[in-house]
Design a protein around this ligand. Sequence first.
Ligand code: ASP
Ligand code: MG
Length: 400
Amino acid sequence: MNIVQKYGGSSVESIEKMQNVANRIIRKKEEGYDVVVVVSAMGKTTNQLIEMAKKITINPSQRDLDMLMSTGEQVSISLLSMVINARGYESISLTGFQAGIKTEGIHTKNKISDIEIDRVKKHLSNGKIVVIAGFQGMNEDGDITTLGRGGSDTTAVAVAAKLECVCEIYTDVDGIYSVDPRIYPNAKKIESISYEEMMEMSSLGAKIMETRSVEIGYRYKVPIYVASSLVDVKGSLIKEYDELMENKSITGLTISENVLMITVINVPYSPENISAVFSKLASKDVNIDMISQTSPNNSLVNLSFTTSKDEEYTVMEVMTQLKNQFAHIEIQKDIAVTKVSVVGMGMKNQSGIAAQVFKLFADNQIHFKLVTTSEISISYTINSADKQKAVSILAEAFNL
Ligand code: ASP
Ligand code: MG
């Protein structure tokens, strides 16, 4: 039987930690599994590499950046494979490309298009433990690519999908909590959660897993088990929704600080102008999250939207272009905003959650700026200063 185990950066940040990881890998091998291991770069390596690039330019070639960032994982696969070999077990390290991971899209945000899994399977059938570099692949031009930050999760789940097996994600937290315990220490651990809820929580800012990885899990029905690499306690399982899952309206609350809010004031109102703003952003691959527009006043409207802080440079570039087009607009940038979201499949057939949150915010003098909803979530942007208060109030009210 196959199994894929993924170890994040903090689990392989030193040789000692790798020894500990090797114990877990070897234990699985001894249990009779054919083990594929996907690893991230050691500790904060990827950040350090990006910092180095930033010392040269704030806008490096994305191809070069991929080339640079992909080196982090190459260090960890080689060292981890040496550790395993030194313990008397046969292992082989493979880069993304060597593992058959083909990608498409734009540099630093590539998507896996296919995996030619034969090479991995061959090594497994020869009894080897296969150690694959997460986060990377190769595009049609033969260039090294990366899958977006946190992309090792995607590699792991995609490989598990191809091998039709379980994917275990080992990390520095011991499971999935209803609220980030660093912000709300009373948060409860979730025993099992549906793909839909986890996708929603990830995309809304829960750092536990990269969103696309959960999407792949959902599409290919890969059971994903999230647990700690350091302590032996039961983790959390991401799987298909079933009625037995807690009958709660709200399963989790996510907090995202990575919010850049832009307000464009006095845009001459016409559908074409509004469309021009967002087309320009889209043409630069800026992912817009929330949007609101005031109703026309003297044929002028104000537009607010949010995106990730990582997009600041590109967004401001687009805003400069807009100013050239519409001389009288004013641009406001707000980075002291936090997005708080409540998530739960229960919302599908329960009404009044939004009303309940509005009331809680009103009773506690928490002002919100933008609100958006999906079928299973409601998000509010609030002043970052109110974060702690908002989280505690919501967590208590919904018993999270
Ligand atoms: N090393 C990459 C990152 O830090 C990929 C990963 O850790 O999943 O984003
Ligand atoms: Mg990660």
